[in-house]
Design a protein around this ligand. Structure first.
Ligand SMILES: [Zn+2]
Ligand SMILES: [Zn+2]
Length: 312
């Protein structure tokens, strides 16, 4: 929480500005293409079922191809959700330490989610923690309602240059490597990890169209909206805790599983640098497993206490 970073250097401001405009436009395109993706996949399933019912040769083949695309999409979405929570817990709150190549993998996967630049995400998020439910908290559902917090905050004018600019910096910090170079090639990584990769994988079983539309666009919209639920629902529904502000903890274990531990949001607001958000927290389990493998260390406890190794 005390980690407020420095100030962005002037040279980085125009790039940041351009990304904001691109983000809202991209999201609109994503919504349209996601719908197209759902239609393509629905038609493929329908055709496969028809072929099976009519005992046409190849019927089961197209059924399994469509199923393969669906399974891949869900698995990739899950991996991406983990990358978002790792950006949240590592780059934003520094709740553990890790090596540069692990950070590179996290950033590459995070970029594929179209959540924007890590440094912007971090800036808005630290601002959200520092001054929650004020005009500076740009996705507060308490002030602006559920839909705004879920998605529409991205269209807000001050999204273009959030007032809490001071939270965005940190180029002097060691974690900036390899972030800086990877953010320079943001759109290339987006194109490769978010679109080319799913398309190529699904083309292995002959479904490149569904790979592009369904496993890329539909998946991106799904992942973004699951993440959006933390800004919206996790500040409106569930139990509050002392010191957690308007943030809530859910009693719904399925929701915690679905967004990989993030819905224990009140506990997270109370202890923002603690790597574990709740007793049941799939992402914290992942960090502990990374520690066991030796690729994560210095896991932070609830009071900022650092564990040299996994505390388990
Ligand atoms: Zn929050
Ligand atoms: Zn946080």
């Amino acid at each position: 929480m005390s980690d407020t970073g420095g100030v962005l250097r002037g040279a980085e401001k125009p790039r940041t500005h351009a990304l904001h405009l691109g983000w809202a436009t991209w999201f609109t395109a994503e919504l349209i293409l996601a719908t197209a993706g759902l239609v393509v996949e629905w038609l493929a399933f329908q055709r496969a079922i028809e072929m099976i019912l009519l005992s046409t040769p190849g019927g089961w083949g197209s059924f399994f191809s469509a199923l393969g695309t669906l399974v891949f999409m869900l698995c990739y979405a899950r991996v991406q959700l983990y990358s978002i929570t790792l950006v949240h817990r590592y780059f934003t709150h520094r709740s553990f330490e890790t090596y540069w190549w692990v950070r590179a993998i996290i950033i590459a996967l995070f970029h594929s989610t179209l959540e924007g630049l890590v440094i912007l995400w971090r800036g808005w998020h630290l601002q959200h923690h520092a001054v929650p439910d004020t005009a500076l908290d740009i996705h507060s559902p308490v002030l602006y309602g559920w839909w705004h917090a879920q998605i529409f905050w991205m269209w807000k004018k001050d999204f273009i240059q959030p007032p809490g600019y001071k939270y965005m910096g940190g180029s002097h910090r060691p974690w900036y490597n390899p972030l800086k170079v990877m953010e320079k090639y943001y759109w290339w990584i987006v194109a490769f990890m978010g679109f080319a990769f799913p398309t190529v994988i699904c083309s292995l079983w002959g479904e490149w169209e569904a790979g592009l539309l369904f496993a890329s666009f539909t998946r991106a919209v799904m992942v973004r909206n699951l993440t959006g639920l933390i800004n919206s629902s996790a500040h409106m529904w569930g139990e509050t805790v002392e010191g957690g502000g308007s943030a809530r903890n859910t009693a719904w274990k399925f929701f915690i599983w679905l967004v990989v531990g993030e819905p224990n949001h009140a506990t997270h607001h109370k202890h923002p640098n603690y790597y574990r958000f709740g007793e049941y927290d799939p992402a914290a389990d992942l960090i502990e497993n990374m520690a066991k493998l030796g690729i994560a260390y210095d896991l932070k406890g609830p009071s900022g206490l650092t564990y040299a190794r996994t505390p388990v």
